[in-house]
Design a protein around this ligand. Structure first.
Ligand SMILES: Cc1cc2nc3c(=O)[nH]c(=O)nc-3n(C[C@H](O)[C@H](O)[C@H](O)COP(=O)(O)OP(=O)(O)OC[C@H]3O[C@@H](n4cnc5c(N)ncnc54)[C@H](O)[C@@H]3O)c2cc1C
Length: 439
């Protein structure tokens, strides 16, 4: 329950809100349904905010937080709601802060400064028109920059520029939940406790991120007759003079449900490269035993490839098999290239790998049949024993910069009202063992 005076105080401050049940229910859920564990724990309608609040600018965010602080009302920030860990679920009700109204985009010489609710599609379009390329964007390109920085980590551009934690963010304007109604500009090392911590240390109202001079990009499709041949091509990409912007590989069962019709009997590799590097890439793919099935020198076509990267092939596969239950894990490390059969053997039955390329080597969405939470969790330790890094998309706790976030939140959110239930002690590296904890 929220205090009766909350709506009137928001209205007096000029801040829009709704208590419409349908809107509150929709806005209180995200893409956690991709996880069978979270789908059970966070079904749509179990945790619903009391109000959806829609600030139109940074000043209204600050005003809404000041009022919420005074009345002890929890606030959960939300961008486009594409996060897949349930990390925008309003566990304690209160206000769901819809930030999409903050959608300004100003392209500078080497950066772009955006309202937190601006979508990556709009930001990229503005950058390209000004002769700049965003360092990176996720496969969910319609998501917001605030949500990407606060809840995402990597995407197209990551091979060269690594993750959102590696210099992508130059500055942010943050609204703390300390009753002050202030807006604080944060730069340099001070940004760390605001990146990938789900808004628990403050609401991002503006974000400045890096750009490069624009290049022409091409989309290259190749196919292979085995996983070994796919891997030979994938690992060699890091040695090319012109590093790809994206390099996504899939096994045949995953290929069959991609949105571009590709040969479902062959292993697929889809690469975005600078157009000037296409000839060298084609030569490399053919030398690795691949068949180049298409090259398109068109930016829109590279977006189509981005839309088939990271979590998207998992989602397409789940959508194509509605009567079966599959889960995925975010994994990384050379065993994905070198010992794939040992990796697959960690889970019973069919296990498929969707490969991505990082500067340090491969990452993969490992896709396996869901037989229960305990079996899923047990497999993580077996993967780590093989030298495979695991990040669990089946829990909602902040698991990066945890102690720093807790220290920061003590000052920026002393009442613990921001996105409650996501920042808890002792999660850190072993966050996966807490999967079973339900509030
Ligand atoms: C099919 C699929 C594919 C995906 N592919 C990728 C990918 O390629 N790379 C990747 O990194 N992620 C990926 N994701 C995860 C997600 O789409 C991205 O992280 C996305 O950028 C999140 O943005 P959003 O606007 O939807 O944020 P939301 O889901 O609305 O929010 C994400 C988190 O950030 C917090 N938050 C949102 N806005 C703010 C703000 N302004 N200030 C403070 N906190 C805020 C929310 O409370 C929540 O905890 C994928 C998800 C799906 C379902």
């Amino acid at each position: 329950m929220i205090p009766a005076e909350l709506p009137a105080r928001l209205t007096a401050a000029g801040v829009a809100w709704t208590d419409d049940l349908r809107q509150r229910t929709v806005m209180s859920s995200d893409w956690s349904r991709m996880s069978p564990v979270l789908a059970e724990k966070l079904p749509v309608g179990r945790y619903v905010a009391d109000l959806v609040v829609r600030p139109a600018d940074a000043g209204q965010v600050a005003a809404a937080l000041r009022i919420a602080h005074a009345l002890d009302v929890p606030v959960t920030p939300r961008g486009a709601g594409t996060g897949n860990y349930g990390q925008a679920t309003p566990f304690d009700g209160g206000i769901l802060l819809d930030l999409r109204g903050l959608d300004t985009v100003v392209v500078g010489d080497t950066t772009v400064t955006c309202g937190a609710g601006a979508r990556l599609t709009a930001i990229d379009r503005a950058c390209r028109a000004a002769g700049r390329d965003l360092w990176m964007f996720p496969s969910t390109k319609s998501s917001t920059i605030g949500g990407f920085v606060a809840g995402g980590s990597a995407g197209t551009g990551t091979v060269e520029h690594r993750t959102t934690s590696d210099g992508f963010v130059v500055a942010a304007v943050v609204a703390p939940m300390d009753g002050s109604g202030r807006l604080v500009r944060v730069t340099g090392e001070e940004l760390v406790p605001f990146v990938h911590v789900y808004g628990v240390t403050g609401v991002l109202v503006e974000v400045e991120v890096r750009t490069d001079p624009a290049r022409e990009w091409s989309a290259v499709y190749a196919s292979f007759d085995s996983y070994a041949a796919l891997v030979a091509a994938h690992r060699g990409l890091l040695a090319l003079d012109e590093v790809p912007r994206l390099a996504s590989g899939d096994e045949p069962p995953l290929v069959a449900s991609l949105t571009t019709p590709l040969d479902p009997d062959r292993w697929s590799l889809r690469v975005i490269v600078p157009t000037t590097g296409v000839a060298a890439l084609r030569a490399h793919l053919e030398a690795s035993g691949g068949v180049v099935v298409g090259t398109v020198d068109d930016y829109a076509e590279t977006d189509r490839l981005s839309g088939m990267s990271y979590n998207h092939p998992v989602w397409f596969f789940q959508r194509a098999h509605p009567d079966e239950t599959w889960f995925h894990l975010e994994t990384s490390g050379r065993p994905l290239w070198d010992r794939p059969d040992e990796v697959r053997a960690v889970y019973d039955g069919d296990v498929w790998l969707h490969l991505e390329l990082f500067a340090h080597g491969p990452g993969a969405m490992l896709v396996a049949r869901y037989t229960g939470e305990a079996e899923l969790v047990a497999g993580m330790a077996r993967l780590e024993a093989l030298g495979v890094g695991v990040h669990s998309p089946h829990q909602w706790y902040v698991d990066r910069s945890v102690e720093l976030a807790r220290d920061t939140a003590r000052a920026t959110d002393p009442k613990g009202l921001l996105n409650p239930g996501k920042l808890v002690a002792g999660v850190g590296h072993d966050s996966r063992v807490n999967i079973g904890v339900v509030r």
